[in-house]
Each structure stands twice: as C-alpha cells, then as structure tokens.
Design a protein around this ligand. Sequence first.
Ligand SMILES: [Zn+2]
Length: 363
Amino acid sequence: MVKISGSKESLRYFGGHASGRCRLKLRSCLDFCHPPIRVMKTATHTLASVSAMSVGDPPTSTTPSEAADQGAGRPGALDAKPAGDLPASRGPQHPTAEKRGVPSGLWMRCEDCGETLFRKEVERLMNVCPVCGRHMYLSARDRVRFVLDEGTFEEWDPDLMPADPLAFSDKKPYAERVIAEQKRTGLKDAALTGCGMIRGRRVAFAVTDSAFIMGSMGSVVGERLTRMIERATEQNLAVIIVSGSGGGARMHEGILSLMQMAKVSAALARYDAAGGLFISVLTNPTMGGVAASFASLGDLVFAEPKALIGFAGPRTIKATLRTELPDGFQTSEFLLEHGYIDRIVRRADLKSEIARTIDYCGK
Ligand SMILES: [Zn+2]
C-alpha cells in the first residue's frame, strides 16, 4: 500500500493529487490517481455492465447510451488488475470519476467504511458490506429473489404503463424518460407487485425500486399496489411491501401522483378491516409521499439497519428549522428508539423474520 500524507478525509481516495498534496512522483500519481487511458480507449460498453453498476448505490437516471458516452462500466477497463493491487473502481477520489459513474469491476468501495471490497463477495452477502454491515442498494428483482422462495413469484399487472397527462417535460419529456428508465432497469415502473411464497406461506408481495425515477409513486405504482392489496383482501393473504423510494410522489404526473397516497391508504384501511396482516419493510431510502402513506401504515414496520427514513430530507429540515439536528436523525436506529418502527431486521434475516411474524399472527 502506498503511504500518502494528508488528512484522512482528503486523501482517503488517493485524492491528494487533486488537492495538491500528493507526494507521489507524477508517473506514480498517474498510475494511482488516474484510470489507464490506454485501456479505456479500447474498451467497449454493454448493457450488462450498466446493470452491474447497480451494486453499491442506486444508479442515477442515466440512460444506457448516456452511460456509454460517459464511460461507465467498461468491462476489462480496470478489471485486469490482480487481487491485492489497487481496486478496479477507484471510487469518488476523482471529481470527474464521481460525476461520470465509477467503472464497474471486480472491486468496489463501501461508502460508509471506505473499505475496498470484492464485488462477488458483496453480491453473495445480498449487497451488504462485510466490514461495516452497510446495506447497499438492492434491485426489485433481487429483492424478490432473496425474500421469496425460488421460482414462486407471479407478477401481477405487468402491463400497466404510465400515462403522461401533463405532457410534462423537465430536462427531457416525461414520456422519453419513462422509456429510458424502463430500458435501464428492466422494470415497467418503480413498483413490482405480485404473489409468491415465503418459506411455504403464500403472500402478496411488492417492492418499490429506488433506481426507477427515485422509486417515486406515480399512478402506476399506486394502481399496482392498490390492486395487489385488493386481491390480498379477497384471497386473505398477508401483504409484504418493501419500500425503497427516495422520491415520494412523482411530480411529472401532478395531482394524479399525489392522489395515489390516499388511494393506497384507503385500500389498506379496507384490508385492515377485513383482518389482514400488513408488514411494511423500509429500506434506504424511504422518503416523501411513500413514507407519508403506505410505508408507515404497516401492522408491523420493519426497517433495514441505517436506512434513511423520513418525509423531507435532513438538509431541508435543518434549513427550515435553523437548528442542529440530533445525531442519527431519520435513521432506522433513531426511529426505533422513538417508536416509529417496530424492529430493525438485517437483510439476511428478513425472510425468516417475515415467516415467523406471519406464523405468530396466525395468518
Ligand atoms: Zn462498509
């Protein structure tokens, strides 16, 4: 390992060169601080490597073609480094590298503890850091794979597609954005709903995926969840919803998006009156209109460790109240202490814990 001086924070990712404090000679600095341009030029980009970027944190709303332009996930670009050498993904040490997306490879860096991790090992642990236990982003499909019994998931309403009633356009038209997100994530919208088995118990199961327009709740998400809850009411199934939504309501659909909060909540009220069991699982992040509606209405509310859960983000609250926020504000641990959630459940234990709860509640 190369010894580098400077404060731990500024040099954590070998960022000394950028900050002018790197003590390496220029050639070494180029080796350590910059990706090898020669390899990057010859490398090609594939869709598969974009999906590989999902490990770590939710990818940004970059389309595959944009990602290709930006140079994300070039197979072989930095993978050729042997184990024990510097990591393939050099992490956010480089302002441009951070902006453009870290090339995916054999190695990745944990954003919490800064450790360099073998990507395969992290994937084996369901995207949990083996060093500090950080629960990283997990796609909706992977969530289904890890929580439900193998091959039992049956998707409901897969053909519901979002409309564009406002002809909304920000950086690009909403209609185009939806198509790009669909291609990138392989999902039709931010929620995946259906039924399946959890250790032999049939349940209605839904996941919201924070990679699809921040997991925001548009009309399709609301409609899918509502239909799922109504079917669960008819069929007397336990409902499990795993929320991963940083976006709340989807502004692109205006009022139609906001009314989903009331619609899903009303369906849950009828489900509750019929004696149903709803387990809400909150993951990082669960914010905005999702947190303010169905995600908080569980008979039991579980959360993954250190998940960010709240309505407005901490920066907004801090700016509004003009006061310091307590340590750990809006984390699972903080909310457990204050009675907002019932239990913190590690990802590896989630399946067993849900099965146990269903049995305990006699469902
Ligand atoms: Zn870690």
